[in-house]
Design a protein around this ligand. Structure first.
Ligand code: ASP
Length: 588
């Protein structure tokens, strides 16, 4: 079919713009045929662009033949007059529902194959299909709204940091590797055979160097790359709102970030509190079994060792005697659970790694629990009281080491919260998790690893134990958490090169190794480094939360699969052997 040139035809209005105030005007709209209705003698076309949908109507007999050729996704120009719709034809669901454009001319700008899935319906389509035909998927209103919101978020970020005196400074993509705990993507150097650049896992070292250079307040909407085995919701490349502040304290960083979140939430008509709660890591673990607790769920974990310590219930008593603890939480209203529900709950706890799970509840004239006989009524009652479990509630308890018990119960708490619909999607619970441990012990490798990254400062009060008791040292690291997602993380940094060297040493890096990897940075630290700190927010995750999407892939225009494949372009792919020879790279 022959298509026509655009010529000098210019759009006068978008497809989301026209209303009754335009009635009588001559207009040109340009877009895609969204839907066709042929009523015989009169044809209706919904014309779509990213701004909306406008109904065009073709009554003129002269246009009929051309109009009959139009199919969904054809690209057209409609030239015509804005008419008011009859009262009974007004569509209140459409911004443009009060009017239609009576076509005088149709310009057929391009035809289209039948798309592999409908653009004009919100039918479920497999993600594989959507990613393969991402250009069509991105035509659908939901993704278009997500892209628009993401743009607005990035724009708000830039505006906010500009107001706060930050400079947006780009940092290199081709780098010397600056490890942040993940594997680097490497790029072979053609000019220096056998040598490699690394793609940045984050601009961490560069932003610290910008502080050494006196640039004072830096931010960047930065692409970061980490070659990890992808967990469900990770991408090999992702976007951070990255910032660094000279003379920073935790209070300063938080006071800059909290209003930013308010601005972002306002984009979707929501609010963020002016100040966020702060919770030490140890409390987050003890109460929620997670370093990114979802506070919407309630159901705090409570230490219940005391009533069981001297009881005859040997399973719990034994765990306490072995240095462990009994911990539990109350599920409101769950006393109604049937035997089968309770058995399922126990199986679920076991699949999460528990040796077992003990429940308890009030019952007519007493209490019920599988441990009732062994522990005695008084002990079970005390546990119920300590856990604030009233009639109608269910208490679940487990015993073991602090780490294992909190982890298991924390997961179980979340599973139950989801099942019981306790995670209100309209509630936003922000918090700062602070005072993370500085190091993590890796038993397999018999060494300490950093929890955040090797440039994080220890708490001043803990710094003298760096060598003698590294496991007890807390870091000046903080995470911003929203509804159980870590949406940002950062720290006050080490600005004293002596402490930096010591931390490298604690991480098992010899002086030579540290010099080879970070020599330039350690050197820079010696030239008058101001105290500084910063944070990076995950822009993808924040946009997903703002859009009400559960996967970050819904807010990334061209995401990769969990296998790190771009299904549309086919990356990664083999390359021309000539390219490899030039790079002196062999694939075998
Ligand atoms: N570079 C860190 C990260 O990517 C963030 C920070 O410490 O500012 O997690």
């Amino acid at each position: 079919m022959s298509v026509e040139p655009l010529g000098q035809l210019a759009r006068t209005h978008t497809c989301g713009e026209l209303n009754s105030s335009h009635v009588g005007q001559d207009v040109v709209i340009l877009g895609w045929v969204h839907r066709v209705r042929d009523l015989g003698g009169v044809m209706f076309f919904d014309i779509r662009d990213r701004h909306g949908i406008t109904q065009a109507v073709v009554r003129a007999a002269a246009l009929e033949e051309k109009a009959k050729r139009l199919r969904p996704e054809y690209v057209v120009g409609i030239i015509g007059r804005v008419d008011a719709r009859a009262a009974d034809a007004i569509n209140p669901k459409l911004k443009t529902g009060e009017i239609e454009v009576a076509a005088r001319e149709i310009r057929l700008l391009n035809d289209a194959k039948t798309p592999p899935f409908p653009i004009n319906e919100d039918t479920p389509v497999s993600e594989e299909m959507r990613l393969r035909y991402r250009y069509l998927d991105l035509r659908r209103p939901r993704l278009q709204q997500n892209m628009i919101l993401r743009h607005k978020a990035a724009f708000a970020v830039r505006q906010y940091f500009d107001e706060q005196g930050f400079l947006e400074i780009e940092t290199p993509i081709l780098n010397k590797s600056t490890p942040e705990g993940a594997r680097d993507y490497l790029v072979p150097s053609r000019v220096h055979p056998g040598e490699f650049y690394a793609l940045p896992q984050s601009p961490q070292i560069f932003k610290q160097i910008l502080m050494i250079s006196g640039l004072d307040r830096y931010f960047q909407i930065a692409k970061c790359f980490r070659d990890e085995d992808l967990r469900a919701d990770r991408q090999p490349e992702f976007t951070q709102v990255d910032l660094e502040i000279s003379f920073a304290t935790e209070n300063l960083v938080f006071s800059i970030l909290e209003p930013l979140m308010g601005r972002l939430m306002a984009l979707v008509g929501r609010e963020a509190p002016p100040f966020f709660r702060r919770m030490p890591y140890s409390e987050a673990i003890a109460k929620y079994g997670s370093d990114k607790p979802d506070l919407r769920a309630g159901m705090e974990l409570r230490l219940l060792s005391e009533p069981f310590a001297a009881s005859a219930f040997s399973v719990f008593r034994g765990a306490i005697e072995a240095g462990g603890e009994v911990r539990g939480f109350t599920v409101p209203g769950a006393a109604r659970y049937s035997r089968k529900d309770l058995d399922n709950l126990i199986d679920e706890a076991k699949s999460l790694g528990a040796a077992g799970l003990v429940w308890a509840r009030h019952a007519e004239g007493g209490v019920q629990s599988p441990a009732l006989k062994a522990a005695g009524e008084d002990v079970i009652r005390r546990a119920l009281t300590m856990a604030a479990a009233g009639p109608g509630d269910l208490l679940v308890m487990a015993a073991g080491t602090h780490a294992a018990t909190t982890r298991m119960l924390g997961q179980l708490r979340l599973n139950i919260a989801k099942r019981e619909n306790l995670l209100d999607p309209n509630r936003y619970e922000f918090l700062w998790v602070v005072d993370f441990p500085m190091f993590d012990w890796l038993p397999d490798e018999q060494r300490w690893e950093f929890m955040h990254h090797p440039f994080t400062a220890p708490l001043e009060s803990d710094a003298d134990r760096l060598e003698s008791d590294p496991g007890s040292v807390r870091a000046r690291a903080y995470d911003m958490v929203l509804n159980g997602s870590e949406i940002g993380g950062g720290s006050i940094r080490i600005h004293d090169q002596r402490i930096q060297r010591l931390v490298f040493k604690m991480l098992g890096m010899s002086d030579e190794e540290a010099k080879a990897r970070f020599g330039f940075f350690v050197d820079a630290l010696e030239f008058g480094t101001p105290p500084h700190g910063g944070i990076a927010l995950g822009l993808d995750r924040i946009c997903a939360i703002l859009s009400g999407e559960s996967s970050i892939r819904e807010v990334i225009a061209f995401p990769k699969t969990a296998q790190a494949v771009d299904l549309m372009s086919g990356a990664p792919s083999p390359v021309d052997p000539r390219q490899l020879r030039e790079l002196r790279v062999r694939t075998e």
